[in-house]
Design a protein around this ligand. Structure first.
Ligand SMILES: NC(=O)c1ccc[n+]([C@@H]2O[C@H](COP(=O)([O-])OP(=O)(O)OC[C@H]3O[C@@H](n4cnc5c(N)ncnc54)[C@H](OP(=O)(O)O)[C@@H]3O)[C@@H](O)[C@H]2O)c1
Length: 372
């Protein structure tokens, strides 16, 4: 659990982030109330859709999070829902996500189904008045926009399931990057691991149409979104993909995103790396930042980064956290559910990540079709 000091620092950050995003639209009284507020947001009662790998992992994260209660689960089979409910001490088990989306037993749905069966559930959840945490990737930017529109119309929050965005290392990096290394010129990322099991949904082109580009490449795109200066405009993309001979699924890819002002992001992802390779390397005018294992934290939940500057010794910065990013994600959802001004920042991250992913996917398909 978080320490009180961690909580108040975190709440202060959320309040400042909200204030900087919408401060101009808040009355001075509302602004003062928000800055002074110190009570945790109301508890969200969560329902999980799906009983697979990430659903199981996030059940534990929901249980560890403040302002979160694991209340229900739905599965295509009632027996699976009941077994999951028993394993994680969940009060309600449904054999229909529609029923759970319209139930008064939950306030929020975590949609942990394959990508091709995610939009319909997210939209139904929003229409049922439930806040929505949808797993990544989404099917397309158009799909993201339909989900976000449904969330806006029903006054509920939306977030995607990217954990590292919620760890304090990410905002420490954003706050101090320019001071450490000067103007950023390049973000290079790798997200590649070894997945040989062809029965995994990631090799099923109907359930996960973008294969490794969608599953692992999502993190490369998010690394660009989080580590480049905010709002920098994409100018051009080059990308290639590799297909698995057995299933035809995309099992890896690489490429370059070129942004205005000469900024670049190079990336590699795949299901065929052994050992795994996961890093972010940022170059700036005056130095470099390394984040090895950028998706993970140490056992005390802290995460590291290393700053290198010409002529000096590398400095390691360890950024402490009371909880892992996955737990903080559910706490941030509770905050966004309680405070609508916090929602746009998360929605923009999802949109920008998905827009890069769509661009990469279409360029890689075109390159494949033209035999390049
Ligand atoms: N954010 C992260 O860190 C993270 C990590 C891992 C995965 N993911 C994403 O989460 C998604 C799920 O991954 P996973 O590894 O948990 O997959 P998984 O183990 O195969 O679980 C998917 C679950 O979705 C449910 N489902 C509903 N409709 C389905 C259908 N038509 N076909 C198959 N399953 C269906 C199933 O639950 P029932 O049988 O109970 O209905 C199944 O157990 C993927 O898109 C993946 O990219 C995100």
């Amino acid at each position: 659990m978080n320490t009180p000091s961690h909580d108040s620092t975190r709440r202060a950050f959320l309040q400042v982030a909200a204030a900087s995003a919408v401060g101009a639209s808040l009355s001075p009284r509302a602004f003062a109330r928000r800055m002074a507020g110190s009570t945790p947001p109301p508890t969200l009662r969560w329902g999980i859709v799906g009983t697979g790998q990430i659903a199981s992992s996030m059940a534990s994260s929901i249980k560890a999070a403040q302002s979160a209660d694991l209340a229900a689960v739905s599965s295509r089979r009632l027996e699976s829902a009941q077994a999951f409910a028993e394993r994680y001490g969940t009060a309600h088990a449904f054999d229909s996500w529609e029923e759970m989306a319209n139930s008064d037993k939950v306030d929020a749905l975590y949609v942990a189904t394959p990508t091709s069966v995610r939009e319909e559930i997210c939209i139904a959840a929003a229409r049922g008045g439930k806040h929505v945490l949808g797993e990544k990737p989404l099917a397309s930017l158009a799909s993201v926009d339909r989900i976000l529109a449904a969330c806006r119309e029903n006054d509920v929050a939306f977030m995607d399931g990217t954990h590292f965005s919620h760890h304090p290392r990410t905002r420490e990096l954003q706050a101090r990057r320019d001071g450490w290394i000067g103007a950023t010129t390049l973000v290079d990322s790798s997200c590649a691991f070894n997945l040989q099991d062809r029965s995994n949904i990631r090799y099923n082109t109907e359930l996960e149409p973008m294969g490794a580009i969608g599953d692992a490449g999502w993190y490369n795109m998010r690394a660009a979104v989080e580590c480049l200066p905010p709002g920098v405009k994409l100018e051009s993309v080059s990308a290639v993909l590799r297909r698995d001979k057995e299933t035809g699924a995309a099992m890896g890819g690489s490429g370059e995103l070129r942004f205005e002002g000469g900024l670049r992001s190079t990336w590699t992802c795949g299901f065929d790396a052994s050992p795994s390779s996961m890093h972010v390397h940022i170059e700036g005018a005056d130095g470099q930042i390394e984040m090895p294992g950028f998706l993970f934290q140490d056992s005390d939940h802290s995460a590291r980064l290393e700053v290198k500057r010409a002529g000096g010794e590398p400095t390691t910065h360890r950024i402490a956290s009371g909880s892992p990013g996955s737990v903080l994600m559910f706490e941030d959802m509770a905050a966004a559910a309680a405070d609508p001004s916090l929602r746009a920042g998360w929605a923009n991250r999802t949109r920008r990540t998905q827009a890069l992913l769509d661009a990469v996917w279409h360029v890689a398909l075109a390159a494949e079709a033209s035999g390049r």
